[in-house]
Design a protein around this ligand. Structure first.
Ligand code: HEM
Length: 491
């Protein structure tokens, strides 16, 4: 009896959904086959992340510039042409993040990355000064020290094939932890600090595992599953560590402490952490302690894996192109008097060729391969009405590999960024663009220049297999499917 009632209920629900669906212009777009209610969900069933990455690339090829994927009532418009990307990213009100981002909420709260509306505007205003030139100068002291440490570490691994990711992600984690919270993860060997480090690394892996298991997208199922339980344990450690650091720093903090002058940078006398600037904002009543916690966690998330991936893939490409290595080395030799001197901010600004190498790396391998928005207000993409309630995915990866924007798109050619030819402002958007662009982009460029120049001044790099490129995995961050190895030989 109960079973028949449930069946009748289910059929009524399906009929109601089918009949109550409003006409939507997006439905006329091409895209994978759509069934009633479930939409294209079966297309993705049992797909591994590697095949999924390839499938999404194929969709762009088969269906063209705009295509629609419908899943369980969600309409997701996918775009990768420069005009559409500009309209979506430049929109001042459609700035809400869509479904995949919600997995991060229990960690980051509604900090800058995930917040929306008035809260986002307020936080963006408070946090923008955190990346002011003088503050970055203070952060660059940490970056230079850590880069030196990395070079020393690589000296111990010379002439062997080194698995890049674990090596580099340790260093980007140390840099962001010290600049965001003022905590040195490498020298502080206390159990709590080491636990924090491994919890942060595990959280990344668990989020990825969740993303690729559709049935765990549901909050309840995830919480009940062993992955969800492990995630919860890691969250507790990460939150409690961040809370302790915030309270400790707050105890010793005095108003005005976060001012940073030209003199302070000499010899690295004064070290600011982003946390100091947040405490300053708290003293002015602009943010509360919960807000500080959200932003510290947001910086830890956004500021560590993104740069690690870019550095790893950059090293892979540099290793594969001897002429590029030589040009980076020559550029460094012109700028630095000797091999030991550390780069100043103006030295780093002078590294134009290295900058082009980093940009070309981010073109081929944008650390954030797609951005997704939940549409809160109807808007027009040329003649196409995109209604409130739909979602838009912008595929930065596909945009960056368009032959009409970047001839020979698969080739690694840093010169593209040195030609002086005007480029459409939305053709190259590894840091996104428009109101929700990456607030940390200058920080990231500085860090990547510090690390890559340090390595290329000291070592010649050799790939394990010339011309090899890793398969990639579908994830919120670009992720190679297999380890990337490079050999370092002392110059
Ligand atoms: C190579 C390195 C990096 C890349 C490629 C990158 C890329 C991006 C992209 C594409 C977005 C937009 C995301 C979206 O709209 O969903 C973003 C946002 C953001 N990034 Fe980065 N990022 C990098 C490094 C950093 C660093 C080092 C920090 C902090 C220290 C940072 C902090 C943030 C924050 C807080 C946001 C949210 C901004 C907002 O919504 O107002 N990022 N990043």
């Amino acid at each position: 009896m109960l079973l028949s009632l449930a069946l009748v209920g289910f059929i009524t629900f399906i009929l109601w959904r089918l009949l109550s669906e409003e006409e939507n212009p997006l439905d006329k777009l091409p895209g994978p086959k759509k069934l009633p209610i479930v939409g294209s969900a079966f297309e993705f069933m049992r797909m591994n992340p590697r095949d999924l990455f390839i499938k999404v690339r194929l969709f762009a090829e088969i269906y063209g510039d705009r295509y629609l994927i419908k899943i369980l009532g969600r309409r997701i418009l996918h775009v990768h042409n420069v005009k559409d990307v500009e309209v979506v990213l430049a929109h001042s009100r459609n700035i809400k993040k869509s479904k995949p981002y919600t997995f991060l909420e229990s960690w980051l709260g509604t900090g800058l990355l995930l917040s929306n509306g008035a809260k986002w505007h307020k936080r963006r205003k408070i946090l923008t000064p955190t990346f002011h030139f003088n503050i970055l100068k203070s952060f660059s002291i940490v970056m230079k020290e850590r880069s030196k440490g990395l070079v020393e570490k690589i000296k111990t691994l010379e002439n062997t094939d080194v698995n890049l990711l674990p090596l580099i992600s340790d260093y980007t984690l140390y840099i962001i932890c010290e600049t965001a919270m003022g905590t040195q993860l490498d020298s502080d060997k206390s159990a709590k600090t080491q636990e924090y480090k491994s919890a942060i690394l595990s959280i990344g892996k668990l989020l990825f595992a969740r993303l690729t298991r559709v049935w765990l997208h549901n909050e309840y199922f995830f919480k009940m599953h062993s992955l969800g339980k492990r995630f919860q344990k890691c969250l507790e450690k990460v939150h409690s560590f961040a809370d302790d650091v915030i309270m400790e720093r707050k105890k010793n903090w005095k108003p005005g402490q976060s001012e940073f002058t030209e003199e302070d940078s000499v010899g690295g006398k004064k070290r600011l952490a982003m946390l100091d600037l947040l405490l300053e904002a708290e003293s002015k009543g602009e943010i509360d302690l919960e807000g500080i916690r959200e932003e510290v966690n947001t910086f830890m998330f956004e500021g560590h894996d993104t740069t690690a991936m870019a550095i790893v893939l950059g090293l892979m490409l540099i290793a594969d192109h001897e002429e590029v290595q030589d040009r980076i080395f020559e550029e460094c030799q012109k700028i630095f008097p000797d091999a030991e001197s550390t780069p100043s901010m103006s030295d780093l600004a002078e590294m134009k060729y290295l900058e082009a190498v980093i940009k070309e790396t981010l073109r081929l391998y944008p650390s954030v391969p797609f951005i997704a928005r939940a549409i809160t207000e109807d808007f027009m993409l040329d003649d196409l009405l995109v209604k409130k309630g739909s979602e838009v995915s912008i595929h930065i990866y596909d945009l960056h590999r368009r032959a009409d924007l970047f001839p020979e798109p698969e080739a690694f050619k840093p010169e593209r960024f040195l030609s002086g030819e005007a480029m459409h402002p939305y053709a190259f958007v590894p840091f996104s663009a428009g109101p929700r662009n990456c607030i940390g982009q200058r920080f990231a460029m500085l860090e990547m220049k510090c690390v890559l120049s340090g390595i290329c001044r000291n070592f010649k790099l050799q790939p394990r297999v010339k011309g090899a490129r890793p398969a990639l995995l579908a994830d919120m961050l670009i992720r190679p499917a297999e380890p990337i190895y490079v050999k370092f030989i002392r110059r």
